[in-house]
Design a protein around this ligand. Structure first.
Ligand code: NAD
Length: 519
């Protein structure tokens, strides 16, 4: 193990030698296939993790169900206090855990740290929520009656997460689910197991210190078979799934098949519209961060850029100057994610590189134009063994099928428009509905964009790029992005079962709607 990988793992209490247990159900174990996890920047194997078998997954679910009874028996504000302590434990490890995210997922140092910060932020939100989760008292039409709407815990929440946010997505779910009175079982991406082990090791002692079974935060590292077992379990009323539309569709159907609940957070095909009156410098910054940042591997990364025809030529020229200046030494530095000066890291896996190349080949073979000077895999990249690619901008034909699909890489499609109505129509003319941004100084255009005739996405920004949401508002997308909402806002309402309770405190039994039943 390289000295830097070894230092990060040691700081997070992860073994640097031998096989690392990838199952936690109150105790660490696992006897399924060994997963080798690699650093995307160097190809170094940074851990060998023993995954869960299907039987171990079943057992872990049973232990989590048992633990959920202790969680729901704990008063809400006390659960909030446990989350506050988890927040402190996470904050103390922000730097190390952030570095592990960079090492295992490949995102740059400040984004690795930022992801841990997101978990810290949602803990703050959840701690407050623990004293304010509220039902309602409603008037009854019947004399001496009252109606309550009561939120009660669901039991166990199953969290299946994607590789690109290997810590924060679990955080959003765990913190809110926990203060709402639930236990959680986590099936992380098989390519980021160490991040999930590190997080579980941070949470475990806090739960134990507070007299709770640590299986309230269970973990099953594994592949599709383990994921299917969690998804299919009748003991898990809510499955929160983050990942591709393809897998999300299958997960959604499988959970529906047993009448479970889902939160689906799937792919995005996010569009930026730059109107002719926009602050172009601001728009350029916004597009660059969201299209090139995280090497295009955020669900909210900008995939489509629509430019008003009056500003298109100039704007594109400036944008392309940035793209063409990406090198290991320029201001848009591509390189080792752990180098604080780096702004662009590698793709996560070789599969991502293949998808990236297939997208470029497809568009150009159908008559689209490659606008950047360089494209393709970088053979002699900033570090040896990494999945390095040049970020690209393409001008596909207007009816090219590429417009309809998410490519999880730094591939940006550009087109021009004449009227804002036309731009909004293009924004909405895709299956996905996650994030969208309009750059304008015109109040009327903004009003239209935010209203019923505007963007149909879950995230509708103005003079802000498509990526980089805060935890305050509920996060999620519409249409094939899955309609799920997580994190802040009213997202907590999905993690409870609601009871409508009519209480009669009188001595008669009147019926609603004036119905009489003469007994
Ligand atoms: P993926 O769909 O390949 O995998 C996601 C998870 O599903 C993994 O844990 C995987 O092991 C598991 N899985 C695979 N097949 C399964 C099955 N049949 N049953 C149950 N589980 C199964 O996604 P990925 O490549 O890890 O992540 C990238 C995708 O995630 C992109 O499409 C991105 O847009 C999306 N994403 C969405 C959001 C959001 O909030 N909308 C956030 C992050 C990522």
């Amino acid at each position: 193990l390289s000295s830097r990988a070894s230092a990060v793992l040691k700081a997070l209490d992860i073994p640097t030698e031998g096989v690392i247990p990838g199952v936690f159900d109150g105790a660490w174990g696992g006897s399924g296939p060994i997963i080798e996890t690699k650093c995307p920047a160097t190809g170094e194997v940074i851990g060998r993790v023993q995954s869960a078998t299907v039987d171990e997954t079943r057992l872990a679910i049973a232990k989590t169900v048992e633990a959920s009874r202790a969680v729901r028996a704990m008063p809400g504000p006390k659960r909030g206090e446990v989350i506050r302590q988890i927040r402190e434990a996470l904050a103390a490890k922000t730097s190390d855990l952030g570095d592990l995210i960079s090492l295992e997922m490949g995102k740059i140092k400040s984004e690795g740290k930022g992801e841990v910060q997101e978990f810290v932020d949602i803990c703050d939100h959840a701690t407050g929520l623990s004293r304010s989760i509220a039902g309602r008292v409603l008037p009854s039409e019947r004399e001496n009656h009252v109606i309550y709407e009561i939120p009660n815990p669901l039991g166990v929440v199953g969290v299946l997460s994607a590789f690109n946010f290997p810590v924060a997505v679990y955080g959003w779910n765990f913190a809110v689910a926990f203060v709402a009175g639930n236990a959680a079982i986590w099936k992380p991406s098989p390519t980021t197991p160490l991040c999930s082990i590190a997080v579980t090791k941070i949470i475990q002692p806090v739960l134990e210190r507070n007299g709770l079974p640590a299986a309230a935060a269970s973990l099953v590292v594994g592949d599709v078979d383990v994921g299917k077992e969690v998804v299919g379990s009748g003991d898990i009323p809510l499955i929160s799934f983050t990942g591709s539309e393809r897998v999300g569709k299958e997960v959604g159907k499988n959970v529906q098949d047993r009448f479970g609940k889902t939160i689906l957070e799937l792919g995005g095909n996010n569009c930026v519209i730059v109107d002719k009156d926009a602050d172009l410098k601001q728009a350029l910054q916004g597009v660059l961060f969201a299209a090139v940042g995280t090497a295009g591997q955020r669900c909210t990364s900008t995939r489509r850029l629509l430019l008003h025809k009056d500003i298109a030529k100039d704007f594109l020229a400036k944008l392309l100057t940035y793209y063409d200046s990406v090198t290991p030494s320029s201001t848009l530095k591509m390189g080792d994610p752990l180098d604080p000066a780096t702004l662009i890291g590698p793709l996560h896996t070789e599969v991502s590189v293949k998808n990236y190349q297939a997208a470029i080949d497809g568009v150009t073979s159908r008559g689209g134009e490659l606008l950047t000077k360089r494209s393709g895999k970088i053979v002699d990249g900033p570090t040896e063994g990494g999945h390095w690619v040049w970020p690209v901008v393409l001008r596909p034909k207007i009816d090219d099928p590429c417009w309809q699909e998410e490519v999880f890489a730094p591939v940006l499609y550009v087109a021009e428009f004449e009227t804002i109505d036309e731009a909004v129509k293009i924004n909405n003319a895709v299956p996905q509905g996650l994030s969208s941004s309009l750059f304008t100084k015109n109040l009327r255009t903004m009003g239209r964009w935010l209203g019923p005739e505007g963007s149909d996405c879950g995230i509708v920004n103005v003079n802000v790029g498509t990526s980089g949401a805060e935890i305050g508002a509920a996060f999620g997308g519409n249409k094939s992005t899955g309609w799920g909402r997580e994190s802040g806002g009213d997202a907590w309402k999905q993690y409870v079962r609601w009871s409508a309770a009519t209480v009669n405190y009188g001595d008669k039994l009147p019926l609603a709607q004036g119905v009489s039943f003469g007994t």
